[in-house]
Design a protein around this ligand. Sequence first.
Ligand code: NDP
Ligand code: MG
Length: 385
Amino acid sequence: MSQKKKIAILGSTGSIGTQTLEVVEANLDAFEVIVLTAQSNADLLIEQSIKFKPNTVVIGDESKYKKVEDALWKHDIKTYCGEDALVDIVQMQDIDIVLTALVGYAGLKPTISAINAGKNIALANKETLVVAGELITNLAKSKGVNIYPVDSEHSAIFQCLVGEFHNPIEKIYLTASGGPFRGKKRQDLLEITKVQALNHPNWEMGAKITIDSATMMNKGLEVIEAKWLFGLKSSQIDVIVHPQSIVHSLVQFTDGSIKAQMGLPDMKLPIQFALTYPNRLKTDFERFNFMDYPQLTFEQPDLKTFTNLALAYQAMEKGGNAACVINAANEVTVEAFLNDKIKFLDIADINAKTLQLASFVEKPTYEDFVMSNTEARQIAVDIVG
Ligand code: NDP
Ligand code: MG
């Protein structure tokens, strides 16, 4: 019997998806790709499928289906299209672990479906935990499913906790690079263009998370993600700006000891660890050299300029559907900014306004999250105009 881990990669054509396939390619004796999915990039999905020979592929955009099917049937690869196919395919018997590398709220339904089928999750799609963290973590517990973080900060916390799971956490420090506008004030950000906002100093990522990093919403979403992954209260989660992105995050235990996980910024490491935990596989990734970084620096985040971070704390403390609301608003405002419909500072302002206007649900069910997401998106769309 094969000992290879059988992986489904949702969003294989994106930044995390393609890096996951690099990890697979470097370890073909450890991993086997069973499912690949994309939204609309049919060409890359076809190329990946011919190379990695998954059992099944799903393309979200139905207009691209014929192209994918025509290219892959002769390779004996099954092809499906549409959102429902994604929800069904994650339940396939052969899959050991589902890596969720799709972007945004779209990750929620397939992740729930995968957990329901008892599949372990390697979670990159942080929006799923932001929208419905309590629902997802309770469901995972009841199904005996593990959620392994892919996000580098959460992987760092997780790596610090290995061997310490019985020890209470006093607090965690999530590090943030500060993005391209670190040190700038509100008046400096009035005329920011998308080209400037898409130019992240340390990480190459998809467009949505890159804008989220520039507004610091990404760190806000990560604070909420950490709350659910590690069962923490708001007061136990601190954000500290660390421009070099070498210390990926830290855990402080109740005896005052702090553990940190360090390394050069490269998502392939957290991706690989999420797939191989509790083992580590040898890699040829570039090694960290202390003399290249004689100074690692830390500073307070500027919550007055980067109000999205404060908004995320506010939503987390409010609970209920509040985080779902800000996530929905943020998906709309980031897209509007990328389409030149609003200015950079409008993103956070509209997100905050949407939270004020949206209905509050204290104990949301799955259906409440669906409704809340729709309502908040509509409110944000109306404000965008
Ligand atoms: P990308 O935009 O690069 O890739 C997104 C992937 O999801 C693509 O394969 C895309 O397909 C697919 N996709 C997009 N929309 C949908 C949809 N509605 N339904 C189904 N599939 C869809 O994103 P990233 O790889 O940067 O990010 C993915 C997730 O990982 C995000 O949640 C992000 O926050 C998180 N993350 C990313 C990091 C990074 O370094 N990039 C770091 C930490 C977390 P197509 O190509 O066809 O459009
Ligand atoms: Mg991160």
